[in-house]
Write a protein that binds this ligand. Structure first.
Ligand code: GUN
Length: 293
């Protein structure tokens, strides 16, 4: 048994807010309040929760965020023309379209419609291209937050075998690019596993750093991990139970199972989640700075 360190994203996010504060104040001195438009289409329950916690944090920092709810039946063309209006509206520095979108809307078309200068999610192909070629503009919030966690806790991916489970455009794919890039938080040797990987365990057991973004509650147990590994749990699931609250929040990793075997793990809640929000605030402040110069 070894001591497993908890990597608190809550603590790191507070440190991020402290460093953002003077940047926000200096923008305010020139009459600029960083401002974000959040578009929420339909009634996806988890999306509503995420959007609420984003706007709560913006209010806490004295920033502007406006959530625009649109009906489930919104058409792709209707959404795109609304985004066009926001692109032209200089009172918003950032535009975020909460995903997933209803089935009749192709998310890649919608993401392409967002002005790359306002794409604080970093999902636009131009921004992903810049990231891939080592000249990032906006880095997607969850991978960026994970890099901040590992650098804060002095975990250096250089020379390590990093295994990323999940290839989504939101987390796994940009994460794999960043961790293999030639920079101070990169230089890892990265393996990217996905739904067509025949036996994920073969790879996850080799990981010095394991990033889990599969979306399956408590999938990763002690037989999936190497002794002494660092585990980053991106999953977040609300599981009904008999407690007073009626549910518990769990990740993709079964923390109880791997504690004592791995050297460090991000808790759920309080790990990656708060960092995603902190990075959205940071990207919006950056967008306001870029647009004001
Ligand atoms: N849905 C889940 N995560 C995200 C995110 O980071 N950005 C957006 N826009 N939608 C999401």
């Amino acid at each position: 048994m070894i001591d497993t360190r908890l990597l608190s994203g809550k603590d790191v996010s507070q440190a991020v807010y402290t460093t953002l504060d003077p940047r926000i104040q200096s923008l305010k001195q020139t009459g600029i309040v960083p401002s974000l438009a959040v578009i929420l289409v339909g009634d996806d329950a988890p999306s509503k929760v995420y959007v609420k916690s984003k706007s709560r944090q913006f209010a806490k920092m004295g920033l502007k965020s406006e959530t625009i709810p649109l009906p489930e039946a919104t058409s792709e063309a209707g959404l795109i023309s609304f985004i066009d209006e926001l692109n032209q509206d200089s009172s918003f520095h950032g535009i975020l379209v909460q995903l997933p979108l209803p089935a009749q809307i192709r998310s890649e078309k919608v993401i392409r419609a967002i002005s790359p200068e306002k794409d604080v999610d970093g999902f636009h192909p131009e921004n992903l291209g810049l990231l891939t070629s080592g000249q990032p503009r906006f880095i997607p919030c969850t991978p960026k937050g994970i890099l901040k966690i590992i650098s804060h806790y002095k975990i250096n991916p250089s020379g390590k075998h990093v295994v990323v489970l999940g290839r989504s455009n939101i987390v796994g794919r940009p994460m794999s690019i960043l961790l293999s890039s030639k920079n101070e938080n990169g230089n890892g040797t990265v393996t990217l596993c996905h739904s067509s990987t025949p036996d994920i365990k073969t790879f996850s057991r080799q990981a010095d750093i394991l990033i889990v973004a599969l979306g399956v509650p408590k999938l990763i147990t002690k037989t999936f991990v190497k002794k002494g590994a660092v585990i980053i749990d991106v999953g977040i699931h609300r599981i009904p139970n008999n407690s007073e609250k009626g549910y518990e929040i769990v990740g993709d990793v079964d923390r109880k199972s791997i504690e004592g075997k791995v050297s460090a793990i991000t808790p759920v809640p309080g790990g990656v989640g708060p960092m995603t929000i902190a990075m959205l605030v940071e990207n919006t402040v950056e967008a306001a700075e870029i647009q004001s110069t």
